[in-house]
Structure formats: C-alpha cells, structure tokens
Design a protein around this ligand. Structure first.
Ligand SMILES: *[C@@H]1O[C@H](CO)[C@@H](O)[C@H](O)[C@H]1NC(C)=O
Length: 186
C-alpha cells in the first residue's frame, strides 16, 4: 500500500503537471506552435520538446531551455518559456511530412530525472499547392488519350478513303476531258 502511494505520488504529478493540446495540425512548408502549461514552482526548470521514449521519458531531446535562457532557437525548432504565465511555446517551422508523429513537451525535473510531460501528436497535411497537384492529372487526359488515339487513327484514315475515292472520279473525268479537248484541238 505504501509502495502504491509512493508510485502514485511519483507518477500522477507526471501525468497532469504539464498540460497541452493532444493534436496539432500543420501544413508542409508551414509552421505550428504548441503551448504547454506547467505548475507554479517550475518556472526556472528547463522546458523541453522531444521525441517520446518509454513512458514519461524522451528518446531524444529536440530543443530544451536553460535556467539562464528561457528562449532557445534552433534551425527549425524554437522554444519560448513565459515564466510569468507559466506556459512555454514550441514552434516548428518549415514543416516536412517527416515531422509528423508524436512529440513530448515537458519540464525537466531533477528528482529521479522523472520528467513532467505531455504527449502531442503532430499531423502534417500537404500544403495548398501540393494538394492541388494530384487533382490535376485526372482532369488533363492527354497522356492516356494519345495512347488510345493511336489505334483509333488507323481506322480514321480509312474513313477518309471514300472521300479521296470520290475526288478521284471527277479528277479522272477532268483529266480525260482535258486529254480529249487537247486531242480535238490538235
Ligand atoms: C507572457 O504572456 C503574456 C500573455 O500573452 C504576455 O503579456 C507577456 O508579455 C509574456 N511574457 C513574456 C516574457 O513573453
């Protein structure tokens, strides 16, 4: 019983000490910001954004603030700790499809290295320009039409044959008429 209370005392604060959104959406090439809140007394603790490891842990820290540096900027990721409002904002820029997945925002506590964290699922949707591209090929049939047109072109040439044959009769008459006219003149 004492062990259960101890476990609850260690694990339960880890469940609710940091709160934030469950899911965040972003577009390819765009950016997104996640706000994670923490409890009073943790203002000076480092705040992190990481890839999840096992329960309540990180496999890899992506970005983390320091006691002396509440704002940290990386290449595409940044974190801004507002110690007055006890909320830190994680920003992901130039989003890529590979950025989709689960992340953890949290407060790094020194005791047992048990982070107080929250899992956020990031969904990266195709950008407006990219989503329009896949709808274009079905509306422009030329590539496939050219392939099906080739066999249809052969019977199409036969369709013109009667027309040519029809022209041959007056042409033949005109030629024979000219020959007859020339022979009568001569
Ligand atoms: C903290 O957030 C509040 C509300 O958005 C804002 O007024 C304040 O300037 C922020 N402080 C810092 C240090 O960013």
């Amino acid at each position: 019983m004492g062990l259960l209370l101890l476990l609850a005392g260690v694990l339960l604060p880890g469940c609710w000490a940091v709160t934030g959104p469950r899911t965040m959406w972003g577009y390819v090439g765009g950016s997104l910001s996640v706000n994670c809140r923490y409890e009073a007394g943790q203002e000076m603790q480092p705040k992190f954004w990481c890839y999840p490891g096992r329960i309540f842990t990180c496999s890899d820290d992506i970005i983390i603030t320091l006691r002396v540096q509440p704002v940290v900027r990386g290449h595409r990721f940044s974190i801004r700790d507002n110690r007055t409002w006890r909320v830190f904002t994680v920003t992901m820029e130039s989003l890529d499809k590979r950025d989709a997945g689960s992340y953890v925002c949290g407060v790094r506590t020194s005791t047992f290295d048990a982070d107080e964290s929250h899992v956020v699922k990031v969904i990266v949707a195709p950008g407006p320009t990219l989503s329009r591209a896949p709808t274009l090929p079905p509306s422009t049939p030329p590539p496939t039409a050219a392939g099906t047109d080739a066999p249809r072109g052969t019977p199409g040439s036969f369709r013109y044959f009667p027309v040519l044959a029809g022209l041959q009769v007056p042409a033949l008459l005109a030629m024979s008429g000219a020959v007859l006219w020339a022979s009568l003149r001569g």
